[in-house]
Design a protein around this ligand. Structure first.
Ligand code: NFS
Ligand code: SF4
Length: 642
């Protein structure tokens, strides 16, 4: 039977109970059934890389200590780890590549359904790529930029262009260590080569290359995804919306977009506002018209740019269907549970896949084509309207729980807000930290995982940071959790923040947790960090800043790549359950300790979210001390004297 959720939002708790009553299986049930999970896998010491194996290392040091080829635990753990980076970096970067392709179409196809919505950003990014902008129109520049971005992925010479926007000192660290990223595809391919049987068996050498690939993701593939999305779909601006299953309505046709890439969801969101479609929904018996909302990072994309509501995060995808009120769920790529297929058949929900890269047996496939975006979006909305007639009243159960929130911050709009409208500068933010009104800043991001009580990690950690005057920026599923728990409302500052953070939030009118977007938008956090360094007064490099990163409930390979590019960018990064490296003491020691000497950042693992928050705060204090900053303004028990 389903385990009870303790710390999750009310809607999820209710739905998990209902799932048990209805004898529907959820991710939590399957997690329970999977226990005990394989210890070798958990520790990273099984190897299936060649067919002399599979091999496994005895973790107690008694039995066999090498694979058949002679690879030891250090090699096997490091190889497995960086293959996770390859998977994560590939996912983000392929997303970036697709968006760059859409930009090319928008600029070259006169009948394209896409247009350039942020010409200012177009020019800014073009400058990074040394593309001439003077006297040229948007489309001319966009063609060159799209081609440059596309060429960026697979080029065999040169370096990842966007990485040149990192602080000078940081670029030097990468060069000195030999990890400056060259090209996304090249680094990923090189991971696969180095981890093939009988190639690289030096764990440090393997992990250093893993860092290089992760940097190609963060400062390359993901950054291209974010910047080009802004150019095409418009840079987000802070706006109000709401989140949770209670967004679904009994009297509307409910359509969910789930996955990651904005290419389709952005068009669908806009098309769904057409009066004729709303009228069709009404004519089909849905008096309230049409509700479109998102799950996972697609939710963040259409939230940030258009204010569409968020239905839920990764672990809520099944729960949404179990409301019996979802006419149609359309999915593209990443974080889509295969279980949705069978589950949707138990209800009236139509499950539609649109990406040629992600088909699901049992789901209908309507292949998305950029040159038919509006047509396909219309077709899918019409299918959802048609399906309203099949909704079974007895199945409908929508938890009455949703929360207001503000989302849509970007590197640039944080800039505007914290800097004041007419003084585009990070000065007030830096000054806030220097004066000690703000103790520091933290990025809390990432997935949810049934191996920890849903949202306990996210919410306890964020609240603890806020109470200690640490400004939090968030993306991905953590952002959704923060939204559902009311932490993305400006009023949350009064309730949860320490006095200094309260003062800042009140003066500027921002929530204490700033929603910066989807997981590829972690690249926005990198840019914020680079801007803080550039503003001055807080050291020369990202690793000097009083800041930290965390993913308390991580699960995906993307999270591993993200964590590594933060560590390699100089950020102390703490996650809940450990990376699968515990089978090698050497690898553990390297990534949680020695690596700090090399790149200024390091990993830490801590399951208790409050303890983890305090480890972040200790790190922030250590950095304040190194910068000889004043103690935090409102912290009596400051651990060092100035
Ligand atoms: Ni990020 Fe977005 Fe969520 Fe994790 Fe999946 S949706 S890309 S990987 S689960 S945060
Ligand atoms: Fe075993 Fe070595 Fe083959 Fe891995 S690469 S399966 S350790 S023989």
């Amino acid at each position: 039977m389903a385990k009870e959720l303790v710390h999750a939002d009310r809607a999820s708790k209710e739905m998990v109970k209902r799932a048990a009553e209805q004898e529907q299986e959820t991710v939590w049930d399957r997690y329970e059934k999977m226990q005990p999970q394989c210890g070798f896998g958990n520790m990273g010491i099984c190897c299936r890389i060649c067919s002399m194996g599979p091999c496994r290392i005895d973790p107690f040091g008694e039995g066999t200590q090498t694979g058949i080829c002679g690879a030891n635990a250090d090699t096997i753990v490091a190889r497995n780890l960086i293959r996770m980076i390859a998977g994560g970096a590939a996912a983000h970067s392929d997303h970036g590549r697709d968006i760059a392709h859409t930009l090319l179409m928008a600029a070259t196809d006169p009948n394209s359904d896409y247009e350039i919505k942020d010409p200012v950003k177009l020019r800014k990014v073009a400058e990074v790529y040394d593309i001439a902008i003077k006297g040229r129109d948007d489309k001319e520049i966009a063609v060159d930029l799209a081609r440059a971005c596309l060429a960026e992925f697979g080029k065999s010479e040169g370096e990842v262009t966007m990485a040149s926007t990192a602080p000078e000192a940081r670029q030097k660290v990468w060069r000195d260590l030999g990890v400056f990223p060259r090209a996304v595809d090249r680094e990923i391919v090189e991971i696969m080569h180095r981890t093939h049987i009988g190639v690289d068996c030096d764990y440090k050498n393997l992990i250093r290359h893993g860092m290089r690939a992760s940097l190609a993701d963060g400062w390359g593939g993901s950054m291209v995804a974010t910047e080009v999305s802004d150019i095409l779909f418009g840079s987000p601006n802070p706006l109000r919306s709401c989140a949770n299953l209670g967004v679904l309505k009994e009297d509307t046709v409910n359509l969910i977009v789930h996955g990651h890439e904005p290419t389709f969801s952005d068009v669908l969101a806009l098309v769904s506002q057409k009066q004729e479609l709303i009228d069709k929904a009404k004519a089909a018996g849905a008096a309230g018209g049409l509700t479109v909302g998102g799950i996972c990072c697609t939710a963040n994309e259409i939230l940030m740019r258009h204010g569409f509501p968020v239905i839920g995060s990764f672990l809520q995808q099944e729960l949404a269907i179990m409301t019996g009120a979802v006419e149609l769920m359309v999915v593209d790529v990443q974080c889509i549970m295969p279980s949705l297929s069978e589950l949707s058949m138990a209800y009236h929900t139509k499950l539609i896949t649109i990406s040629p890269k992600a088909k699901i047996p049992g789901a209908e496939h309507i292949e998305f084509k950029e040159d038919k975006a509006v047509e396909i979006a219309t077709q899918i909305i019409e299918l959802s309207i048609e399906n309203f007639a099949n909704r079974k009243k007895k199945d409908v159960y929508i938890p009455d729980d949703k929360e207001d929130m503000v989302a849509g911050f970007t590197t640039e709009s944080v800039f505007q807000f914290l800097g004041g409208k007419y003084r585009g500068t990070y000065r007030p933010l830096n000054d806030g930290i220097i004066s000690g009104r703000l103790r520091g800043a933290a990025g809390v991001v990432g997935c949810s995982n049934p191996n920890i009580d849903f949202e306990e990690g996210h919410i306890k950690m964020v609240k603890e940071l806020l109470a200690n005057d640490v400004l939090v920026v968030t993306t991905g599923c953590n952002a959704v959790s923060c939204g559902k728990h009311g932490l993305l409302r400006p009023e949350a500052a009064m309730k949860y923040a320490g006095k200094g953070l309260q003062e800042i939030c009140e003066t500027v009118g921002i929530p204490p947790v700033l929603h910066l977007g989807s997981c590829v938008d972690n690249s926005r956090i990198l840019r914020v960090l680079a801007n803080i360094v550039a503003e001055g007064g807080l050291g020369e490099d990202i690793s000097d800043l009083p800041g930290a990163g965390a993913a308390p409930e991580w699960m995906s390979e993307k999270a591993v790549s993200i964590g590594f590019y933060f560590v390699a960018s100089g950020v102390y990064t703490i996650i809940g359950h450990p990376l699968p490296v515990e089978g090698s003491e050497a690898v553990m020691k390297y990534i949680t300790d020695e690596i700090e000497e090399e790149v200024g950042g390091k990993w830490a693992f801590e399951l208790d979210p409050v303890k983890a928050a305090h480890k972040m705060i200790d790190h922030i204090d250590k950095k304040r001390q190194a910068l000889k900053l004043k103690p935090p303004m409102y912290e009596q028990a400051y651990p060092f004297a100035v």
